[in-house]
Design a protein around this ligand. Structure first.
Ligand code: GLP
Length: 238
């Protein structure tokens, strides 16, 4: 294993570790292209980052951000969409200028063209520099589902039953969309640094499978990445 493994006692410590690493990356690389996962797992880390910025420890506005993934059909006004979550949890409190944020619009009329536009954006910049990822219940990262490799930098993808079921939590228990759009595993693996986070007892089984290196799991693909850091709390990694 070439990736680094950080195991901490609590979810709050996991957030502190993640925010420390993210801030160090942003401070060192002013031209970074960063992608931040919008699930529940990293939200506390984003809160820490905003607090760090208010103490003058990091300038979060100095880099560019590209959305990791989105539910097709949803946009920034839809509660539960990735951009709605990120606006509330990070982009707005951190004061990130609009021109520094590029996200897939799940409400676009031509979603294929929209996906291609994100693909072209990432290619034109020369790829990601940092990916902050939450490990999903089935070992997905972004919407890269196990056993469904995607091409290019950004792609549309059907979502697995597990992802749709897990996704209900973002929509007050209502059904989640069946299609997603995501930065591909190739794009994420090409980032110099990546941070993969899992917390909570409900992620214990999948964390075990990821650490066992189950080859079908996108989250396990980073185990041999020298720039990857996995952060687990004791509940998911006893
Ligand atoms: C979701 C999102 C991912 C997220 C992952 C884990 O479906 N598409 O971006 O990181 O699954 O989500 P959570 O952190 O809420 O468990």
């Amino acid at each position: 294993m070439r990736a680094q493994l950080i195991r901490v006692a609590t979810e709050a410590e996991a957030a502190r570790e993640a925010s420390r690493l993210i801030a160090a990356h942003i401070n060192a690389k002013r031209d970074a292209l960063v992608t931040l996962a919008a699930g529940f797992t990293p939200l506390a880390a984003y809160q820490e980052l905003v607090a760090m910025q208010s103490r003058g420890e990091v300038d979060l506005t100095s880099v560019r951000y590209v959305g990791l993934d989105e539910w097709v059909g949803l946009g920034e006004n839809d509660e539960g969409s990735c951009i709605f979550t990120m606006n509330g949890a990070f982009y707005q409190p951190a004061g990130i200028p609009k021109e520094n944020i590029r996200v897939f619009d799940g409400t676009a009329k031509d979603i294929c063209a929209e996906a291609q536009a994100i693909n072209a954006y990432v290619e034109a910049i020369g790829g990601l520099s940092l990916a902050v990822l939450g490990i999903g219940m089935n070992g997905h990262v972004g919407f890269n589902e196990p056993g469904n490799p995607l091409e290019g930098q950004f792609s549309l993808t059907p979502l697995s039953a597990v992802t749709q079921a897990a996704g209900r939590k973002y929509f007050f228990g209502n059904a989640a969309p069946k299609t997603g759009a995501t930065l591909t595993l190739n794009a994420l693996m090409a980032a110099k640094h990546s941070i993969l986070i899992a917390t909570g007892a409900h992620k214990r089984e999948i964390t075990k499978a990821v650490l066992a290196g189950e080859s079908s799991l996108p989250a396990a693909a980073f185990l041999n990445h020298p720039g990857a850091v996995y952060i687990f709390d004791a509940a998911c990694c006893p």
